[in-house]
Design a protein. Structure first.
Length: 148
């Protein structure tokens, strides 16, 4: 099985400012190249969970809405493993595009947005051109700029 490299050029939208590539579970899947027809597959779920875990490990994202359980969960702190277990439990087999709106929602961490803004990123900046001309190696840039 081929492992996803989230830093491949075709997945650059996962890192898109202000968060279009990661806001909903379907956003993550679209950023991986899935189409509406493939969102409900087990492979999509497996790939999505893997990518979400990678983004958490890089300290790039957080859950800002927990879906139907938001009120009970919003003031608690969860490990990456606990968060992934929760997402896995609510991501039911056959979930399709509209179903994802009732599940978790993600945002990029403030440190990440702040560093991008320092380079001149705005809501109207072309993300792919920005990465190409202002950041270059995104993986290296994240490693150099993320909180230690």
């Amino acid at each position: 099985m081929k492992r996803i490299n989230i830093f491949d050029k075709e997945h650059v939208n996962l890192f898109c400012y202000p968060g279009d590539g990661i806001e909903f579970l379907h956003s993550v899947l679209f950023s991986l190249g899935y189409t509406y027809k493939g969102l409900f597959s087990q492979k999509a779920k497996k790939d999505g969970l893997f990518v979400i875990e990678e983004l958490f490990k890089l300290d790039l994202i957080y859950v800002f809405h927990w879906g139907k359980n938001h009120d009970e969960m919003k003031n608690n702190t969860y490990t990456i493993k606990e968060t992934l277990k929760y997402i896995d439990s609510i991501w039911f087999g056959g979930a399709d595009y509209p179903d994802f709106y009732g599940m978790v929602m993600f945002g990029h961490k403030k440190w990440y947005l702040k560093e991008l803004e320092k380079l001149g990123m705005t809501d109207t900046t072309d993300w792919k051109e920005f990465v190409k001309h202002k950041i270059g190696n995104l993986e290296q840039w994240i490693e150099e700029n993320r909180p230690k």
